[in-house]
Design a protein around this ligand. Structure first.
Ligand SMILES: [Zn+2]
Length: 190
C-alpha cells in the first residue's frame, strides 16, 4: 500500500517551506552542523527542539509536551517517540546521536510518528479539531494510518524488515526523516 499521493505532495511543499524557514537561522545551524560532536547534550537538545517546533508549525500539529530527552537507552534503539510520556528520546549510545544529519533524520522521523498519532485521533468526531472528508488530503491518509495504528495491525521490525518499513506509518517516517534532513544539510552546505 502506498501513501496517499496528494498527502505526499502537500507534505513535500510544506517540507520546502520548513527548510526555508529553518535556513533563516543558517549561521546558528551551520555552526551546530560543523561542531555537532563537540556540543553539550543541552546544546544538542536546543537544536533538536528547534527542529521539532519548526516541523510542527510548518505541518500544523502539536509538539510533544516533553520535547526531546537525550538519554542512554538499552539495546540498539536509536531513539523513539514515547506517546505515554509525550517525549522524543534520543539514545546517546547510537551513531544517530553523534552525526548532525542522522540526528535530524531521526528527529523528523520520530516527530512524524507523533503527527501520525495526532491525525488518527482527529478522526474521532468529538475531537476539538476533527478531520472530515472535507479536510483531504490528511483525511484519507489518516484513515490509512488508522488501519495500521496499533497491536496486530503493526508489522514488527524483527518479523519482516522490508514490510516493517513499508507499512504506512513507518513508510511515512522513513520518507520524511531522510528527505527533510538531506534538504536541510544541502541548504547549509550552499
Ligand atoms: Zn519509525
Amino acid at each position: 500500500m502506498d501513501l496517499d499521493e496528494r498527502f505526499v505532495l502537500d507534505e513535500a511543499v510544506k517540507r520546502t517551506q520548513l527548510v526555508s524557514e529553518l535556513l533563516k537561522d543558517k549561521d546558528e545551524l551551520k555552526k551546530a552542523h560543523d561542531e555537532w560532536p563537540l556540543l553539550s547534550a543541552d546544546d544538542c537538545k536546543k537544536i533538536l527542539e528547534k527542529m521539532l517546533t519548526a516541523h510542527c508549525k510548518a505541518l500544523d500539529f502539536r509538539a510533544p509536551a516533553g520535547g526531546v530527552a537525550i538519554v542512554e537507552l538499552a539495546g540498539n534503539d536509536n531513539g523513539h517517540y514515547a506517546p505515554d510520556a509525550d517525549v522524543i528520546r534520543i539514545n546517546t549510545k547510537m551513531p544517530a546521536y553523534d552525526d548532525f544529519e542522522l540526528a535530524m533524520d531521526l528527529i523528523f522521523h520520530e516527530n512524524s510518528h507523533d503527527w501520525r498519532g495526532q491525525l488518527v485521533k482527529r478522526l474521532n468526531p468529538s475531537h476539538p479539531k476533527p478531520l472530515t472528508p472535507a479536510d483531504d488530503p490528511p483525511y484519507t491518509q489518516a484513515l490509512m494510518f488508522q488501519c495500521n495504528n496499533s497491536g496486530a495491525e503493526i508489522v514488527d521490525a524483527g518479523e519482516d524488515c522490508s514490510s516493517y518499513q513499508k507499512q504506512p506509518w513507518e513508510d511515512h517516517s522513513w520518507t520524511t526523516g531522510p528527505k527533510t534532513a538531506r534538504m536541510l544539510a544541502k541548504g547549509l552546505a550552499t
